[in-house]
Design a protein around this ligand. Structure first.
Ligand code: LER
Ligand code: MN
Length: 258
């Protein structure tokens, strides 16, 4: 069966500990962490919190470097591309400590020409090779067209990964994006199953599952049928508040998958 985690946008150790404690009491198996700049956190401290509550850290999110600091792998300015690589390298260092995967979602940035695509290809090769030396896997996430202008579908992202031929680069699929971009969510999961290493869930309105109209039963059925045994990680707009989102997510999942 699947393991369940919840994405916490990291603010400080105290809040992380508070949410980890709630998650552990509800039966979560993992805590995924979105960190703007991992060089500012102490890996030992994060590890200590995760261990204390018996939670795995399946993946680290990197998108805040793009949304909050405008940093991306495709940026026209070399200095900004270098900073994006530095951020990803420090995520890999933290991921090595926590046995996590590192997500490349929005940090790839928008592309407007072939040059932009080539920057991302070259820098992803560099980042994945670094990850390989550290035994860390990298996840490329198809993201809907309203947030980034390329690699919106699973098919495009799958083909991009196959073209790069990097053995530690796989897919992170996200139900919120799939609901916007995929012709059929279940057919796409089935077609591209060999590279699906991680799953984000959110309902059609990006709130906790059950708050919108995505057919999660159908999605879990197809994930089961392909033998997916990784994490189902809720990445939400945490409204009305994060504690409610954490609680409602587990309540919904308990009702349909356990
Ligand atoms: C990141 O995992 C994601 O799904 C984006 O929508 C960033 O918010
Ligand atoms: Mn996501």
């Amino acid at each position: 069966m699947f393991k369940v985690s919840f994405v916490i946008p990291y603010e400080n150790y105290e809040k992380l500990e508070k949410y980890a404690s709630l998650m552990s009491s509800l039966g979560y198996n993992g805590v995924e962490i979105g960190i703007k700049d991992p060089s500012l956190v102490d890996p030992k401290k994060i590890k200590e919190i995760a261990y204390k509550f018996n939670l795995i850290v399946p993946a680290l999110g990197t998108g805040r470097a793009f949304t909050e600091d405008g940093i991306s792998l495709s940026n026209k300015e070399k200095g900004i591309r270098d900073t994006a690589v530095e951020r990803l390298i420090s995520h890999i260092e933290l991921a090595k400590e926590l046995s996590s995967m590192v997500i490349v979602g929005l940090i790839r940035g928008n592309v407007y020409d072939e040059e932009g695509v080539n920057y991302v290809k070259d820098l992803l090769r560099e980042v994945c090779n670094y990850g390989k030396q550290k035994d860390v896997r990298i996840l490329l996430e198809p993201i809907n067209r309203y947030e980034v202008n390329w690699l919106n579908t699973i098919e495009d992202t799958y083909n991009f990964i196959k073209e790069l031929k990097l053995e530690n680069l796989g897919l992170l699929i996200d139900t919120f994006h799939m609901n916007i971009e995929e012709p059929s969510i279940s057919s796409s999961i089935f077609r591209f199953k060999d590279l699906i290493w991680h799953v984000h869930i959110a309902d059609s309105n990006r709130l906790y599952p059950g708050a919108g109209h995505i057919d999660f039963k159908d999605i879990f059925r197809v994930l089961s049928s392909i033998g997916y045994n990784g994490f189902i990680s809720a990445e939400l707009i945490n409204k009305p508040d994060i504690e409610t989102a954490i609680t409602k997510t587990m309540k919904f999942l308990n009702g349909i998958i356990f």
